[in-house]
Design a protein around this ligand. Structure first.
Ligand SMILES: NC(=O)c1ccc[n+]([C@@H]2O[C@H](COP(=O)([O-])OP(=O)(O)OC[C@H]3O[C@@H](n4cnc5c(N)ncnc54)[C@H](OP(=O)(O)O)[C@@H]3O)[C@@H](O)[C@H]2O)c1
Length: 242
């Protein structure tokens, strides 16, 4: 069963997500702190990100030693009983880990079958789990169902970045969006945004939403929660109901 997916992000008012461009926010601090405190309030035991975001938590890049043999293309769960999971999508095998946790959360990497034996051996040696989620790419639909089955997760927070969020949105796999809006207008054309669907822009917007709730936080921050309803209909208002 697919876990319930809540996409939680901190954005500027124009939907950009590179918080290091925002400086210190009066009565808030930095965007990272705002992200962590709001995310923690969900009490959800797993988070899922793309590999650019996971690199910020992983070890430094390094060349891997050649593999000593073929590693079977079979899912490997090193710690199924972990209390919390940090899950990263890495189709090509570019992440490196020195330990099996990120901030105490057990690391699980979603890989494609094209990653090298050396990479799989590296993950095993580091005690990191991995799940095969496609031949050349990470198929997000398949990945979410595997996460549900192998890790027994019912809910997870999808935490960026824009490209990976975009893929999950385009696949119709996001159930809820939690957007924390900082009082910042970024304005930079091409700056990563909350959803950057890979490839040419789809003809229509990706999803209609229903507002579930809103709150004002100190420092002029607004926190919105939406349920994802489905794709907009061709006439602009008749879509799949949720
Ligand atoms: N403000 C916030 O709340 C917030 C939250 C999180 C992140 N961020 C920021 O967002 C930035 C990174 O965002 P980003 O959009 O550049 O990168 P990203 O979404 O973190 O990672 C994108 C990469 O994930 C890999 N990936 C694997 N499977 C994928 C799939 N099915 N679909 C799409 N990508 C897949 C791709 O690399 P391969 O093809 O090589 O696998 C892709 O290039 C960072 O600066 C981070 O700090 C902000």
């Amino acid at each position: 069963v697919k876990p319930y997916v809540i996409c939680h992000m901190v954005t500027s008012i124009d939907g950009k997500i590179l918080g290091e461009r925002w400086g210190r926010l009066p009565r808030v601090g930095d965007s990272g702190k705002l992200f962590e405190t709001t995310a923690a309030s969900f009490g959800v035991e797993a988070w899922l990100v793309g590999n650019t975001t996971m690199k910020e938590f992983a070890g430094p890049p390094r060349r891997l030693p050649a593999a000593t043999g073929r590693v079977e293309r079979k899912d490997y769960v090193a710690d199924a009983r972990a209390r919390r999971f940090a899950i990263g999508a890495d189709a090509k095998g570019v992440l490196r880990f020195q330990q099996p946790q990120v901030n105490g959360d057990h690391v699980v990497v979603l890989v494609s079958e094209k990653v090298s034996d050396a990479y799989l051996a590296h993950l095993r040696a580091a005690g990191v789990s991995y799940l095969f989620c496609g031949r050349r790419h990470v198929d997000v639909r398949r990945a979410l169902r595997k996460i549900g089955a192998r890790l027994r997760l019912r809910k997870l927070l999808l935490e960026g970045g824009g490209v990976f969020n975009g893929s999950v949105l385009a696949a119709g796999e996001i159930d809820e969006i939690s957007q924390v809006i900082a009082p910042i207008a970024d304005g930079g054309a091409g700056i990563t945004s909350v959803f950057d669907i890979p490839g040419p822009p789809p003809r229509m917007a990706a999803a209609r939403l229903r507002l579930l709730g809103h709150r004002t936080l100190p420092g002029g921050v607004i926190w919105l929660r939406y349920r994802v309803l489905g794709k907009p209909g061709r006439d602009g208002n008749r879509g799949r109901q949720g």
